[in-house]
Design a protein around this ligand. Structure first.
Ligand code: AMP
Length: 547
């Protein structure tokens, strides 16, 4: 017997329709590439996303064709989120921090037909345009009078000229909720980039779960600033969850420095902000240097790479802001776990609480996870056993775009497909997962594993350390030994021996790194993560002391 409830496909257009009907005056504030602050509302974004839909129809792009963006976080990007996907085309968010060659490869692989770009990316667009013959439409996200006279781009048009003359009326089409809605490429360490192709259904389910109290805890009373870019995994789904709950959104545009972010946080009375640790490092540095405080922020979601304890401590204890440590990946839309306490943990002593909050957290409903050994046997949830972390759920990848990148799933004895995340983790009896490493970064010394994240976190707790990366170096006896590569904070000093002494009593003696290498900069990837492959290449002539 079937249930007798209305069957409505879960579509992205329903989010913006809801936001317009129920939160029309809710504010959207953006710092623009031009430098000024722009103010709009959910109602206006909804109207303009329908104009975008009409403008796309006028380009005669077919259902499912890819429309790319090369843009910072801002209201026009938001309009494209709804306008493109709402019509059944696929929004392809391009990462502007990639090398032009790689970008051109991705544009061609995705068969992008149109690219909408912020004017600050014009030189990048000019560098790739000749290599991307499939792109028929170049749309600059600016007013008509801001278009350069001689861009060299055939048919270049301004976004405002393209869409603002269109009708505000548009009937969003009904379609299969499993239709593709957006896509994001992820660059593996080997091989070509691969794309995760999200669907309307996966996006809506993810939006629901992202708003839950033990996830990002979003409501109509919130003001949310996603520093996490809209060009990487849809800014962790925040634009969609925000439309569902009708919260105010504040977009930082291109200005990610501590001063600019702080100005927006305070000026717009932001209650929650989300970003990667490297961005928060800049914010905290600015606040500490200028003795600033937060007046409205209650919490911050930190993810993308491990959040160092020193950062959790600074937010919690110095500034009274709760840190929600979150973990996920491009292939997971991205939300997998968020760290919030359970009832029984509320009475823990502060240092024991911090130990829990350091973990990547509990699975949000919709995501199932397990850890397995090399033969695929499930390992116990005892907080000690560590193994490969596998996940499954309705917003987790089933196959890569065009099937290229291999079958991403590993099948268990019941025939269920699990996605191996490439992370190594423990899970404790309360279900809190903790990443110890990327599997490729694990350091094996004398048959025992050393967590590079543990080694990095200790270094980061030293007042003179701005950033630390732990890598394994070949050793004739122990196979590998860890060293820690350190970038110092400007104007501070710490010697190799002082830093090594700082490790004593914090981890087992054999886990203490053999050496410290000071560098001016640690290479960061396009999404702000440390690039250990590049770092290892830079250290190719390095020899461990005494070897
Ligand atoms: P990406 O697909 O580029 O977003 O990268 C996903 C990877 O980032 C994960 O598989 C993890 O290795 C890493 N990552 C994300 N969040 C965290 C976190 N909170 N702690 C440690 N690593 C993380």
């Amino acid at each position: 017997m079937l249930g007798q409830m209305q069957s409505q496909p879960l579509l992205i257009s329903s989010l913006i329709t809801h936001a317009e009907r129920h939160h029309a005056s809710g504010e959207i504030v953006s710092r623009r590439v031009e430098g000024d602050i722009h103010r709009t509302t959910w109602g206006q974004v909804a109207r303009r996303s329908r104009q975008v839909a009409n403008a796309l129809d006028s380009l005669h792009l077919a259902f499912g064709e890819r429309v790319a963006t090369l843009a910072w976080n801002g209201y026009r990007h938001l309009e494209l989120y709804f306008g493109v996907s709402g019509t059944g085309r696929v929004l392809h968010t391009l990462n502007p921090r990639l090398h032009p060659e790689q970008l051109a490869w991705i544009v061609n692989h995705a068969d992008d037909r149109a690219i909408c770009f912020d004017m600050s990316f014009l030189p990048l667009v000019q560098a790739v345009a000749g290599k991307c013959p499939g792109v028929k439409h170049w749309i600059a996200l600016c007013d008509a009078d801001k278009l350069p006279a001689d861009s060299g781009l055939l048919g270049l048009i301004s976004y405002e000229a393209w869409m603002s003359g269109q009708s505000e009326r548009y009937v969003w089409p009904d379609m299969d909720e499993n239709s593709a809605s957006s896509m994001c490429y992820t660059s593996g360490t080997t091989g070509n980039p691969k794309a995760a192709l999200y669907s309307h259904r996966s996006t809506i389910l993810h939006a629901y779960s992202g708003a839950l109290p033990d996830s990002l805890n979003l409501s109509a009373r919130d003001c949310v600033l996603p520093v996490v870019p809209m060009f990487h995994v849809n800014a962790w789904g925040i634009p969609y969850s925000a439309a569902a709950v009708g919260c105010k959104l504040v977009f930082p545009g291109p200005a990610m420095d501590g001063k600019s972010i702080y100005e927006l946080l305070e000026g717009e009375k932001v209650t929650m902000a989300a970003g990667v640790p490297t961005v928060w490092q800049m914010l905290l540095g600015h606040m500490q240097a200028n003795q600033l405080r937060f007046s409205s922020m209650t919490r911050t979601v930190i993810g993308g790479s491990a959040c160092p304890p020193a950062m959790i401590h600074a937010f919690n204890n110095q500034y009274g802001v709760a840190v929600l440590h979150a973990w996920g990946m491009t292939e997971m839309s991205p939300l997998g776990t968020v760290c919030t306490l359970k009832n029984a943990q509320l009475d823990l002593a502060p240092e024991d609480r911090t130990k829990v909050l350091l973990k990547q957290g509990r699975a949000v409903y919709g995501v199932d996870m397990k850890i397995v050994d090399e033969s695929g046997n499930e390992l116990p949830w005892d907080g000690k056993a560590y193994g490969d972390l596998l996940v499954r759920g309705p917003w987790i990848i089933a196959s890569y775009f065009k099937g290229e990148g291999g079958d991403p799933l590993r099948y268990d004895a019941d025939g269920k497909g699990w996605f191996p995340t490439g992370d190594v983790a423990t899970i404790d009896a309360d279900g809190f997962m903790q990443i110890t490493d990327r599997s490729k970064d694990v350091i094996k010394s004398g048959g025992e594993w050393i967590s590079s994240i543990d080694v990095e976190n200790i270094a980061m707790a030293h007042p003179a350390v701005a950033m630390a990366a732990c890598v394994g170096m070949k050793h004739p006896k122990w196979d590998e030994r860890p060293i820690v590569v350190v970038m110092k904070k400007p104007g501070t000093e710490v010697s190799r021996d002082e830093l090594l002494a700082f490790y004593e009593g914090k981890i087992a003696k054999w886990q203490i790194p053999d050496d410290v290498v000071f560098v001016d900069a640690i290479p960061l990837g396009a999404t702000g993560k440390m690039q250990k492959m590049t770092l290892r290449q830079q250290l190719k002539d390095y020899v461990l002391p005494g070897v």
